[in-house]
Design a protein around this ligand. Sequence first.
Ligand SMILES: [Zn+2]
Length: 89
Amino acid sequence: MPKCNCFQETLEKTKEHLSKQLPDGATEFEVSWKNFAFFFSGDRAPVNPEIEYKYRAMRRNQTPAKNLTKKTIGIMCSFCPFCGRKLGA
Ligand SMILES: [Zn+2]
């Protein structure tokens, strides 16, 4: 199955849609995917879901840390979320 352009096509459609809603005289209009990542190899979705987690760590002196530790991990899509094409071939 050939690679799809779903992310690019969706971005272009959205840009067209949004451009009609801009207030009169608006300039420097830009549209982009949030968390877009360019993969140099492999067949990947350029935007993938993320899971965030947080916890309160215990300090060396066995008292709880003042601030929560917050982290994020990305999960790779196995299929294109738009057309359902299998990725990673
Ligand atoms: Zn697709």
